[in-house]
Each structure stands twice: as C-alpha cells, then as structure tokens.
Design a protein around this ligand. Structure first.
Ligand code: 0RA
Length: 688
C-alpha cells in the first residue's frame, strides 16, 4: 500500500500558451517522419518517391490464397466501417488515432517503448511515432509475406506474433491497426528494427509497395502516417483537444509514458507524462476541489489481472469514479466497478463499526454515502476482456467482480487500519452523508405519506359524532380497543367522537419519530383530525376543537401519551399552541364511604381525602386501566363536562414530552440513564 506523497509526479501543464512549443525539428521522434515535408500533400508522389528509392524486389500484387482472404477481410471493414469503429462521424475518425496509439502503448506495457508522438499534420493526416521494437519485418511463414504486411492487412493480427507480449491495450473495439489501414486513402508505415530502416505504402488497405529499404537505423521504433478516407468519414478534421484528452488519459493510465501531441495546423503542442500514474490522475481530477487527505493508492496483481485503484475524498458532494479496463474508459461500468463499489461499502462499514464511529444506531453506510465527494480511478488490466453493451463500454467478465472486491476490500482495510486519522476523517464524512440521506428520505416519505393523509374518507375505527360544527365537537383519542368499546357506550354521541388506537404503537416506533408517520394508527389519527401535518397542516380543516387524549394511568399509558404529544407537537404544532389538545385525567381510585363516592386523581389527594372522611368503612377501588371502568364510570370521570378533569396541554408540556420522548426513545444510552436517575419520581408519574 502506497500513500502518494506527490513527490515524484511530474505533471506537466498543458494548454498553457507559454508552454506551447512550435515543432522542434531537433526532436528525435519528429525526425523519424521521412519525407514528411515534401510529400505531405500528395501521397502518390510520396509513393513514387519511395518506390524509386527502393531496389528491393517485392512480390507486389502477387498474393497467395491466404493473403487474398486477408484483403477480403479489409473490404468488409470498408463496407461496414461502423461495425469496427462504431461511427463514421468524429468519434470514429478519432478512433483511428487511438487504434494506432494503442499498439504503441502495448509496446510500452511490454517495456520497450518510452515515448509516443502524435502529430496532426496540416493536411489532416496523422502521424504516430514510437520508440518501441518496431513491427517485425521478416517474412511470415503462414502468410508468405512480411509480418509487417500481415499486421497492416490482416484483421486482428495485432498481437499474434508475440504471445508473450502482455497485450492488454486495445482500441474501443480492439480491432487492430489493419482497420485504420482499410479506412485510409493512403497509409505509410516505417519501421526501424534490426539495424534496418524500412517503409511500406498502402492505399485503402492494399499494399502499394513491398518493403522499401530506407537505409540503416541505429534506433528502433514504428512510425505510421495515415490519411483518413473522405469517402468513409463525414469529416476528416481532427480535433487537437479530443486527441489531447485521450492522450492525457493514456499517460495517466500508463505511468511514466511520455506522449507528445502536436498540431501542425496551429503549432500547438501538449506533453503528457505522469510518474504518479492514476495518482496524478486523481490530483488532476481534484485540481479545483478541496482534497481531504493524500491520495490512497494500491496496485495488486492476481491471476494475471492487474488492479490499480487511486482515491481521494474532497470537500464536495459529487461522486467522480472513473473505471478503465485495458486503458478503455468503461463508461457503462461492469463487473470491475461492481466489485469496487461493494468492497468500498463493506470496508467502510466494517471499519466504522469495529471502531465505533457511527453514533446512530441502525445507521448503515450505503454505497451512495461512500461515494459522496469521492474521486476514484480504478484501472484494471485483464487478459481476455469481454466487453458488453451497444458501445462495448461495459466489462462482462464475471470473475473480475470477486477479484476486485477481495483485493480492494483487503487493501483498503489495511490502509484504514494503518492510517487511523485519515480513516476517521473519511468515515465521519461518510456518516454525515448517511445522516443527510436519511433526513432527505424522511422528508420524501413525509410528502408521500402526507398525500395519503389527505384522503377524504374517515377511518373505519372512528365513532364519529353527529354535530358538524367543529367548535362544538370533541374527539377522544383512546388507548386500546377495549377502552374504546366502553368509551363508545359512555359518550354523548351528539358531540363526542371516539377514536381507539392500538396500544402498542411504541414498540414499532422505538426508532424514529419520522417513522411514526408511517404508522397506520397515526394515519388514522391524522385523518380523523382532518388537518394533515407539517407543511400541509391546515387548521381550517380541524374537525374537533377539543382533542382529548385518554390513556391508562400506567407506564404504557404515559408512554403512549408522551408519543402522541410529541407527534402533535412536531407535526401539528398549532393544535397545541391554540389550546386544542387535552389530556383526560382518569382517576386512580374510587373511594366509597356509605353512599358517597369520590374519584381520586392523585396519590396525595387520597391521603387528604382519607384524613377528611376517616378510614373506617371506606371502600377504596384502584383503577389500573381504562378498561376496568364501566361506561358509566368513564362517562363520569372523563365525559361529563360538569365533573370531568381535563388538563389542557400547553406548548411547554409538549416540549417536555418531546424531550422525554427523545430521551426515552433515542439512541443515546448515557443521557437516557441519567435522565431516568434524575427524574426517577417524575418518570413514575409521567401521567401529566
Ligand atoms: C507485432 C508484433 C510485435 C510488435 C508489433 C506488432 C508492433 C506494432 C506496432 C504498431 C505501432 N507501433 C508498433 N510497435 C510494435 C512484437 C515485436 C517483437 O516481438 O519484437
């Protein structure tokens, strides 16, 4: 695992007018382009000149059976060019350049090429020069022609000569240089190899010369110049910026390679060379952002696949993940990207959990959380890539997913363990993203729920009253179905409505208040009240001016009361502010002496009363829950507007309820324990 320190990355600025150089005729690569000046505009002249210069007796137009097949292959390319290069528009045109360059990149990957020069000539022909081994020129035994000719004329012949060559680079379709030849009005190739300097000329894929001896060579390399066919392409105007962008990318992906792009039409030049490879790529991508840590980098080989990953978080929120397979930008992702994402999510969750960096219970870091503000480049090199999809920009090899997953997981885990400060910083950012995502989801859920809450049909559980004037109506919100039953019997149906709620709301809702909105009981409640909630709240739709919460005088009852108040406070605040919410105060005891009955609502009251009436012949009945009361008792204690005890809830009460709710239901264990210790008495008598 290497943490990049930026010391060795030579990032050369480009598109900088001061750095743009005019063509330097001293450049070794540029000198390799023979007769460039004289013959640039007339390929026929160039051909004649080269033919004249050579004394070599070649087998011009004297092909064996195999070679005819070879040429038929290239006719197919001319007939259906899009099958080979995607389009005949500008992308296809530029693809020709990339195809040639890819061969040079392969030489570089094999360790034989250090520098590639791409020149857009004045006539829109393109020259690619490399200092690799040079295309072999010996006669190829199978095809009975020079290897050079086979490479240039046989479809897919590219790497066949050298099985050992680590051939991974490949244009978009990996079609080989012969396709470029087929789609060029003329193409000239020069090879410097084995001390020889030779050339060969082609027209629309057909050899127009044999091997032309150009003299001795003390260097090795290949120079290919081609003129795209106007009959094939919609336009042959190359874009310096498009070519530059791809060359820059290739320079990032293949560390150390020097790629020079020169435009003879405008005398612009870019030089790309990055010793840092994809680490430099990350620096480039994050250049206008605020990086949070040094780039994380790892590079591993497994089963002949090379996996390189560089990543860095910035202070922003945008995800920037680039994936490459054999230098091809897999814009549609594929198995390598899936493996990467799975591993990242797993590694960060694992680390966050084992280091207790998530303070919210049940909060899971998702792939989206992990990707926020992340800049990442994954570059894999696989032996036999299978590209899928219309544009062949999606990797299909199924084994790559597991390989990438396990390598990224273990490498990243090691990195996080070795760099706890950076790990903490990153995980904190991811946790923040996760919380923001949850909050956004809450808001969305709420909106979705709110539309459900607007339903005009009243809940079936509601025993409504007859009166239509809300100012005269009361809604009893009653805990438990049994209590609801007796409440129904004890009410004055003219103006009193009953809504029984199932008592166990709390169990489901332990996690979050927002989830309360998902609860069927709450939906029933809101529909009965009629106002909707939050931003959608409309007091004009209030169906009852008195909302009376009626719960048992036990711990469960006070919990439910606490939940309901919290809910009303958070989502229907004006109801509390304007004094529409009440809590019924069912008695704790009924004290009977002789014919006199007294309901007792507080412990202290019981002592006071007993002192008053004396302890003899007194019958004390303790009520454990609403269900124990008969309808008449319920009526007396809560419905009879003359006798009942109601407590009007003020905003302070609701705030307290909310605080208690948060403490009791929240994730923070310590404050909850402290609260219960501090308020042991109050908690016992939570029944406001
Ligand atoms: C076939 C075999 C070898 C190299 C090449 C082709 C080759 C092609 C191009 C195209 C542009 N530049 C290139 N450089 C090399 C292997 C040669 C060996 O084994 O020596």
């Amino acid at each position: 695992m290497v943490e990049n320190t930026n010391q060795n990355s030579a990032v050369i600025p480009e598109n900088n007018p001061e750095k743009n150089q005019t063509q330097n005729s001293e450049s070794s690569a540029a000198n390799l382009v023979i007769n460039q000046q004289e013959n640039k505009h007339d390929p026929t002249k160039k051909l004649a000149a080269i033919q004249e210069a050579t004394s070599h007796n070649h087998q011009d137009n004297n092909y064996g059976a195999e070679s005819i097949q070879v040429l038929e292959g290239l006719e197919a390319v001319r007939k259906r060019p899009s099958m080979y290069i995607g389009t005949t528009g500008l992308p296809g045109l530029h693809h020709l350049v990339y195809e040639v360059v890819d061969n040079s990149i392969d030489e570089a990957l094999a360790g034989f090429c250090k520098e590639i020069v791409v020149i857009i000539n004045e006539d829109n022909s393109v020259t690619v020069v490399d200092d690799g081994r040079g295309i072999p020129i010996a006669i190829h035994s199978q095809y009975k022609m020079s290897a050079l000719e086979v490479v240039m004329c046989k479809l897919h012949a590219g790497g066949k000569f050298d099985k050992k060559t680590y051939k991974v680079s490949g244009g978009l379709h990996g079609v080989g240089i012969s396709v470029v030849n087929a789609l060029s009005t003329w193409l000239q190739v020069e090879v410097r190899r084995d001390g020889r300097h030779v050339a060969m000329i082609f027209e629309r894929g057909h050899s127009k010369s044999g091997i032309i001896e150009k003299g001795a060579a003390d260097t090795t390399g290949t120079t290919i110049t081609f003129m795209p066919d106007k009959e094939i392409f919609e336009s042959i105007e190359f874009s310096f910026d498009t070519v530059s962008a791809r060359m820059r990318e290739l320079a990032f992906l293949n560390k150390g390679i020097k790629i020079i792009v020169r435009d003879e039409r405008t005398e612009k030049e870019n030089i790309f060379q990055y010793e840092g490879g994809i680490v430099s790529f990350i620096e480039y991508l994050n250049r206008n952002k605020t990086p949070l840590h040094p780039t994380i980098y790892f590079d591993t080989e497994k089963n002949g696949n090379e996996i390189e990953v560089a990543m860095q978080y910035n202070a922003g929120y945008i995800e920037n993940i680039f994936s490459f397979v054999n230098n091809i930008n897999t814009i549609d992702g594929g198995t390598h990207l899936t493996g990467l994402k799975t591993a990242l999510t797993r590694a960060f969750n694992n680390y966050a959990e084992s280091n207790k960096l998530i303070d919210e219970k049940d909060l899971k870091l998702t792939s989206d959380d992990v990707k926020e503000g992340m800049c990442c480049v994954i570059s894999v090199k696989v032996q036999e890539p299978q590209f899928e999809g219309q544009t062949k920009t999606k990797l299909g090899n199924s084994d790559v997913k597991g390989i990438v997953d396990s390598i990224v997981f273990s490498s990243l885990t090691t990195y996080l363990e070795e760099n706890p400060k950076i790990a903490k910083l990153i995980v904190e950012k991811i946790v923040t993203s996760a919380k923001a995502r949850e909050a956004a989801k809450k808001a969305r859920d709420l909106t979705r729920r709110k539309s459900a809450l607007d339903s005009s049909s009243l809940p079936g559980k509601l025993a409504d009253c007859q009166e239509r004037d809300p100012a005269k109506c009361e809604l009893f919100i009653v805990e438990g179905d049994s209590a609801g039953g007796s409440a129904k019997m004890g009410r004055d149906r003219k103006f009193q409505a009953i809504l029984p709620l199932k008592g166990k709301i709390l169990n489901v809702e332990k996690a979050r208040i927002n989830k309360v909105v998902d609860n069927d009981e709450i939906i029933t409640l809101v529909t009965a009240i009629g106002t909707n909630i939050a931003e959608e709240f409309d007091i004009k739709k209030l169906r009852y001016h008195k909302l009376i919460l009626m719960t048992d005088a036990d711990v469960d009852g006070s919990h439910i009361q606490c939940l309901l108040l919290t809910f009303l406070y958070r989502f229907m605040t004006p109801l509390i502010e304007q004094g529409h919410v009440y809590v019924a105060m069912p008695p704790l005891y009924k004290v009977k002496k002789g014919k006199t009955e007294n309901y007792v609502y507080k412990e202290e009251e019981l002592f006071r009363l007993l002192k008053e009436i004396g302890k003899d012949n007194v019958n004390i009945q303790r009520y454990k829950g609403l269900g124990e009361m008969n309808p008449e008792q319920l009526w007396e204690t809560t419905r009879d507007t003359e006798k009942r005890m109601l407590k009007q809830i003020k905003i302070e009460d609701a705030v307290i309820a909310d605080e208690i709710f948060t403490l009791l239901m929240g994730d923070q264990v310590e404050p909850r324990r402290k609260f219960i210790q501090d308020h042991a008495k109050e908690v016992k008598n939570l029944d406001l």
